[in-house]
Design a protein around this ligand. Sequence first.
Ligand SMILES: C[S@@+](CC[C@H](N)C(=O)[O-])C[C@H]1O[C@@H](n2cnc3c(N)ncnc32)[C@H](O)[C@@H]1O
Length: 205
Amino acid sequence: MKLIIDTETAMLTIEEEGRQRRLNLYSDEAFEAISRQWVRVGWNQKYQYTFAWMGRPVIQLPEDLIRVQEVVYRIRPDVIVETGIAHGGSLIFYSAVCKAIGKGRIIGVDVEIRPQNRAAIEAHELFDRITLVEGNSTDPETVSRVKAQIAPGQTVLVILDSNHSRDHVLQELKSYAGLVSIGSYIVATDGIMLDLYDLPRGKKN
Ligand SMILES: C[S@@+](CC[C@H](N)C(=O)[O-])C[C@H]1O[C@@H](n2cnc3c(N)ncnc32)[C@H](O)[C@@H]1O
């Protein structure tokens, strides 16, 4: 695919599979096409690894964090369950939002919580709302440990950010869907993976 940005004529030309489309550079469609390439290039450059939230590295694009914050503020969940902890930045971010709202706690699940990450998360001033669960997120025993910490009737928001392969995400959706309250969400993050497999750093599964 070729994208030709002409700022002089304010046109975007998209050449793909022998076809050519010309769009107003300042249209929603042009913004989407350019943004898609921006995400692809940024992902390949590991741009999403360059951020931290209150001292903990957070592997997210800031826009996504803002969008999740919008959901948390609207849903005001009792519990946020997130699979995929890594350095803990997103757990600390949700904890900060919950603290600001004055409601909510967070259960983080990861197949491997490295000792230095665990120590830093546990020492953080926003750890008081966080519970760490170590285990494969789709292992029934891990799912039971998460469920055991949620009381009936609680409002639950689930965020899936662990292994982004198709099979794992499907299994996570099946494992955690039952926890999601009516009107709340299960967010399968990194839905962009389909757009990334053909990049130098990508893989097809
Ligand atoms: C993208 S990182 C999570 C980023 C984190 N949510 C953040 O925003 O900073 C993915 C994490 O998922 C974990 N992971 C991979 N496979 C997993 C599995 N089967 N079950 C649970 N966690 C898994 C990895 O250990 C890694 O820490």
